[in-house]
Each structure stands twice: as C-alpha cells, then as structure tokens.
Design a protein around this ligand. Structure first.
Ligand SMILES: C[S@@+](CC[C@H](N)C(=O)[O-])C[C@H]1O[C@@H](n2cnc3c(N)ncnc32)[C@H](O)[C@@H]1O
Length: 212
C-alpha cells in the first residue's frame, strides 16, 4: 500500500538520521528478527511470493548493485549470497567472468538456472555456513543480510573470501530498523559509497559499496 506523503517524508528523514529516528521513538534500536527456515523460504518461492523482485518498481536497487559491480569489479568473479531466482544475476551478466549464487531455496535456484550462461553456477544451501571454493572480486548480498542473526560474524567470515582489492556490495530495504544491521556491517567493513533511493510507492533501499 502506498505510504502517505507525510509518512514517506518522516521515513526518509528518520532513515537518514539514526539519531532522529531514536528521538522520534521510531524504532531502530532492535534489529528486525524475521529470519525464516529453509522450508519457509522455499515455500514462499514456490508460491511466487518473491516473483515481485522482478517487477519494475524493484529495479532501482538491483540496477545500482549492477552499476557498482561494473565500476568496482568489471570482468571479475562474483559471489551472490541469497541470490534468489536470479534477478540480480541477469543484470550482472555483462560484468562478470564468473558468478556463483547461493540460496536457501531449491525452487529459487531452479528458477535462477533457467537461461543462465555456463559462467554462472548456483548452489542451494545455508549462506551462514556456506564455504566458498575460491576468493571473489565481489561479494553481493542483496536483501538477505537483514535475515542473518549474526551479521558481524558473517561479514568477518566472508571478508576472508574476498580477493585482494575486492569489495562487497550490500543492499537493504531502507527501514529505520535496518540501522542496527548497517551498524553491525560497518563495525567490520568501510563504506566507500552509499546510494539511497525511493520508488514511487515510498519503498526505499540503501545500497553500499564496502571494503575490509
Ligand atoms: C528478499 S530475497 C532477495 C533475493 C535476491 N538477492 C534479490 O535481491 O533479488 C532473500 C533471499 O535470501 C534467501 N535467504 C535467506 N536466508 C538465507 C540463508 N541463511 N542462506 C541462503 N539464502 C538465504 C531467501 O531464500 C531469498 O531468496
């Protein structure tokens, strides 16, 4: 449902300032704890609950992820954590020599494999215990980080699989409640750039390029 103009403005102000969000009593101290089980995610993918990620009004954050990838690691090897049904992979295609996507959901992985080039591989499994087979020039986490209960630990773990000069690209829904998740990330990684965007329905994302 579209948010009212006032609500949108309040959200944007509070998102831009964690301190203001706290003063307004708008949450943010506690991170959202909405992590689902493997079967829960698979069920949602089977029922088409995540098909909307391919909608036009979701394009903004995926396009910024692909834009950052083209600048930071063109022609490199990319690891996409929580890759879903391949929406991001399709936009990244011009920019990678090799791509690996990991997702909890078998159904999402089946969909992601359809039409993907040979240079793209996928595996189904829990990203929190996934052990990469190589180092990557880019590690992407698009709309998945907020479901991890142990963000700091995961960032440290994955940073060990970044090739020298490599970078992370992280995207999260711009909710006031994502402030603590970003704070956890930024205790481990340095922000090189942030893009904050809002679609016409008042839904926003923050996409950040970060390095160890
Ligand atoms: C909101 S969707 C985002 C999908 C994709 N990154 C995109 O932006 O189009 C979150 C995805 O993360 C996956 N996921 C959530 N927790 C996971 C985990 N612990 N390990 C692997 N995948 C996970 C879900 O199955 C789902 O496909």
């Amino acid at each position: 449902m579209p948010k009212s103009g006032f609500r949108q403005r309040l959200d944007r102000m509070a998102y831009s300032s964690p301190m203001l969000a706290r003063v307004l009593g708008m949450g943010g101290r506690k991170r959202r704890r909405t992590e689902l089980s493997q079967s829960g995610w698979d069920k949602e993918h089977i029922e088409g609950g995540w098909d909307r990620l391919a909608d036009l009004d979701e394009l903004a954050h995926h396009a910024v992820v692909a834009g950052y990838a083209s600048r930071l690691a063109r022609g490199g090897h990319f690891l996409d954590i929580g890759c879903g049904a391949g929406v991001t992979e399709q936009l990244l295609r011009p920019w990678y020599a090799g791509y690996h996507g990991v997702d909890f959901s078998d159904n999402a992985i089946e969909k992601a494999r359809i039409g993907a080039p040979e240079s793209a591989t996928f595996s189904a499994g829990d990203a929190r215990t996934f052990v990469p087979a190589r180092q990557y020039d880019l590690i992407i986490m698009c709309e998945v980080l907020e479901y991890f209960p142990d963000i700091e630990e995961q960032m440290r773990r994955y940073a060990a699989y970044l090739a020298p000069g490599g970078a992370f690209i992280l995207s999260m829904w711009a909710s006031r409640r994502s402030h603590p998740s970003w704070a956890a990330v930024e205790r481990v990684l340095k922000v090189r750039d942030t893009t904050l965007m809002w679609n016409g329905r008042g839904v926003g994302w923050a996409v950040k390029a970060l390095t160890p």
